[in-house]
Design a protein around this ligand. Structure first.
Ligand code: ATP
Ligand code: MG
Length: 413
């Protein structure tokens, strides 16, 4: 049995330093999303299992192998969210938001998948993402991709990543292709992985997304989807590419790119890096025009993406400065202690980050001030106490001056 004092496998603590980076990713992404008109929202971290099972698809890896599903005390089947899209669409429908389109949402928070933990692959991880509902136009695909790329730029990752796009066409094109694909794969059925054999009947397109090496060899010879596109599918994809070209967004078309979820149509995209080993996809998304209807809503088009916060953090420079106190209050005597706490309280009330040690002599307290990276030491000894002053020491420059206690707040601002 696992020790009770270890975190559960595949989960991790966000200690203050890593929390800073994590937070910076979310805040930066959220600010970029606002520039594009996407407002932040959140949904509960669990839903009725049906929300994910119906949306993500019963043949997807996520639902067949990765969900945390349990029966609660009331007998309901509950699933911890493995991704946000289905939950946001559920929320969009149950809150009656279908009247005011387009609906643009940004989100950030934890997601849960029972995966084999490894570098960049956790059981509780965090995603940021955006969903755009109610715009079927190819420019909506372009806008989402632009948002994803700008988010990575703001995080300083532009030169570390590549944008790959593909189109899965519309339902009609995929149906035509499906037949051709099944005919081809059936000839190689014996050599397919067990998962893929199961998918052959249920959802053959998903085989194209298999990570099994043997499957990948067979897939290399498969007919390509684009040869089966109808005019609407061809036109949509051409407009997306033209839109990206017009905005100067570089991309690579990758016909083998199919996404792991069942609900995609037309555009799918991934932003990948070669710097994170096997876990190289940092951001992924696509169009899901049938999903709202599938989940019981109106026929509303949708497109979105999600990015893994841990993978983004792993790509970023690790030296995000932790927040440092502006001032450290240093009482030099027992008598000055109470006044020191009053001063610290005053500074904090004025919005000035202030540290004060619980105990220790003057020397120890100066050491702590330097270790915490405080900019100033506010020193009160017996003289300062009786004169109504403090000695303010600039810890970077090493200079110090005596000032009236009333002048301290102004001075530190
Ligand atoms: P992968 O192919 O790596 O399994 P996925 O296709 O399952 O990814 P999505 O469902 O598209 O991933 O999720 C979007 C993003 O969330 C991924 O690109 C990745 O950055 C991140 N992500 C997904 N699963 C995990 C995980 N278990 N741990 C950490 N990050 C993850
Ligand atoms: Mg996965």
């Amino acid at each position: 049995m696992a020790s009770q004092l270890q975190p559960v496998r595949g989960t991790h603590d966000l200690l203050p330093d890593s929390y800073n980076q994590h937070h910076r990713v979310i805040e930066s992404a959220s600010a970029v999303a606002r520039l594009y008109g996407f407002a932040r929202m959140d949904t509960p971290i669990f839903e009725f299992s049906e929300v994910f099972h119906r949306a993500v698809g019963d043949t997807s890896d996520i639902v067949t192998k990765e969900t945390y599903t349990f029966t609660d005390r009331g007998g309901e089947s509950i699933t911890l969210r493995p991704e946000f899209t289905a939950a946001i669409v559920r929320s969009f429908i149950s809150n009656g938001l279908q009247q005011n389109l387009p609906f643009k949402a940004f989100y950030a928070g934890p997601a849960f998948r029972y995966e084999r933990p490894q570098k960049g692959r956790l059981r509780q991880f965090h995603q940021i993402g955006a969903e755009l509902l109610g715009a079927a136009e190819p420019m909506a695909d372009v806008e989402l991709i632009a948002l994803g790329m700008q988010t990575l730029s703001v995080l300083g990752l532009k030169d570390s990543v590549t944008l790959e796009i593909n189109s899965l066409g519309d339902a009609e094109s995929r149906a035509a292709y499906r037949d051709a694909l099944v005919a081809y794969l059936s000839q190689h059925e014996a050599k397919l992985s067990e998962d893929s054999k199961m998918r052959l009947a249920k959802n053959p397109l998903r085989i194209l997304d298999s990570k099994d090496a043997g499957d990948r060899e067979i897939i290399a010879g498969a007919p390509t989807l684009h040869a089966y596109f109808n005019e609407a599918s061809t036109t949509h994809f051409a407009k997306v590419k033209a839109g990206l070209d017009a905005l100067g967004i570089a991309y690579k078309v990758s016909e083998k790119l199919v996404r792991g979820l069942d609900y995609y149509s037309h555009t799918v995209f991934e932003i990948t890096t070669d710097k994170l080993g096997a876990q190289g996809t940092v951001l992924a998304g696509g169009r899901y025009d049938g999903l709202v209807k599938l989940m019981g809503g109106q026929d509303v088009a949708g497109i979105g993406f999600a990015a893994g916060v841990e993978r983004l953090v792993a790509l970023m420079d690790s030296n995000v400065a932790a927040a440092k106190p502006v001032a450290t209050v240093i009482p030099m005597s027992e008598a000055a202690e109470a006044e020191g706490w009053k001063l610290a309280q005053l500074l904090r009330a004025e919005g000035i980050a202030t540290d004060i040690a619980y105990k220790g002599n003057g020397k120890k307290r100066f050491e702590r001030a330097n270790k915490m990276g405080a900019a100033f030491a506010v020193i009160i000894g017996d003289d300062e106490l009786s004169n109504g002053t403090v000695t303010l020491k600039n810890l970077t420059a090493g200079t110090q001056e005596t000032i009236a206690r009333d002048a301290l707040v102004e001075k530190l601002r």
